[in-house]
Design a protein around this ligand. Structure first.
Ligand SMILES: Nc1ncnc2c1ncn2[C@@H]1O[C@H](COP(=O)(O)OP(=O)(O)O)[C@@H](O)[C@H]1O
Ligand SMILES: [Mg+2]
Length: 292
């Protein structure tokens, strides 16, 4: 009697369960179905859950991958405490220590001290007098804890910048003041995506503070990263020195054409997976390798 086929096939490895960590308004995250599909192709059984879901049992997952936790800004302490707790019961990506450091943009100061060229920045902590040392014609004022250009404004007067600094200080945050970099309109911002430490793809993003209001959050067109941009992005990641599932290095050129780090996104970056056909599989493969 022929043996039924199912007895002949090798037993399937039970698939791993992975939490895709999102927030209350998960429908604004267009990458959820793409990622869950790519994970499934790697035998990773993904489920989207909000980070502040009181019912979630994170210990039931082999890993939790922070993705669209875009509401943590006014609750940063709660969010980083959640990351610490979660990392004790499952594998959290990126690691809790990285999340803690990366959700406060003063990490840019550390990178600058290590020799990374960042956008020139003056820092005003809550108690500091908001007197600008530089005489930049146009400035951008932003808080040290922010996502999606929240509370970020552009000014052509000292008075305007000072008022914006005070408002951020009053919210208990540190204000960052930078020159407005025009190249963000000419060339756009370049975001380089790395999965498991390997470069995947890059996108060109529109200027979010352009006067014509053209900037939109999750828009990015495929772009070839230039050699100097790749080199800087790799130097930035070398400074982190921890295994990262995902990293997005955001660069803008100075007026003289040098790439400058504007932001290192290690917490909840949109990954622009639609910009490269191999990107979803690369992201899923990096997770599979880290879990192996
Ligand atoms: N110094 C700057 N010059 C020109 N545009 C800026 C500058 N800083 C920020 N922006 C614009 O504002 C956006 C949001 O600022 P960013 O520093 O990336 O903070 P986040 O994305 O965390 O809110 C950038 O993507 C860019 O379009
Ligand atoms: Mg940004």
């Amino acid at each position: 009697m022929p043996v039924p086929l199912r007895h002949c096939s090798r037993p399937r490895r039970p698939s791993m369960r992975v939490a895709y960590v999102t927030f209350e308004d998960r429908e604004v995250d267009t990458e959820i179905p793409v990622v869950l599909g790519a994970w499934a192709a790697e035998g990773l059984d993904g489920e989207a859950l909000r980070w502040d879901d009181a019912e979630a049992d994170w210990s039931a997952f082999d890993a939790a991958v922070i993705r669209s936790t875009w509401d943590y800004v006014p609750r940063r302490a709660e969010f980083t405490a959640w990351a610490r707790r979660t990392s004790q019961v499952t594998r959290l990506f990126n690691p809790a220590g990285v999340i803690e450091r990366n959700t406060d943009k003063t990490y840019l100061r550390d990178l600058a001290a290590a020799g990374i060229p960042i956008v020139p920045t003056e820092w005003f902590g809550p108690g500091d007098e908001p007197v600008l040392a530089n005489d930049w014609a146009e400035t951008v004022v932003k808080p040290n804890v922010s996502v999606g250009a929240q509370d970020t404004s552009r000014h052509d007067s000292r008075e305007g910048a000072t008022a914006a600094i005070r408002a951020i200080q009053e919210s208990g945050r540190t204000a960052m003041v930078q020159p407005y970099l025009d190249m963000v309109e000419a060339e756009g911002e370049t975001s380089l995506l790395f999965f498991g430490g390997r470069y995947s793809h890059a996108v060109r993003r529109p200027a979010m503070l352009a006067r014509d209001g053209s900037g939109a959050l999750a828009t990015g067109d495929p772009r070839e990263a230039a050699a100097d941009q790749l080199e800087l992005a790799r130097a930035v990641l070398a400074e982190i020195g921890e295994p990262l599932l995902y990293a997005r290095v955001d660069l803008v050129r100075s007026a003289s054409g040098d790439p400058l780090l504007i932001e290192l996104e290690l917490t909840e970056p949109h990954l622009f997976l639609a910009a490269h056909e191999k990107a979803p599989a690369r992201f899923a493969g990096a997770l599979r390798d880290l879990l192996a």
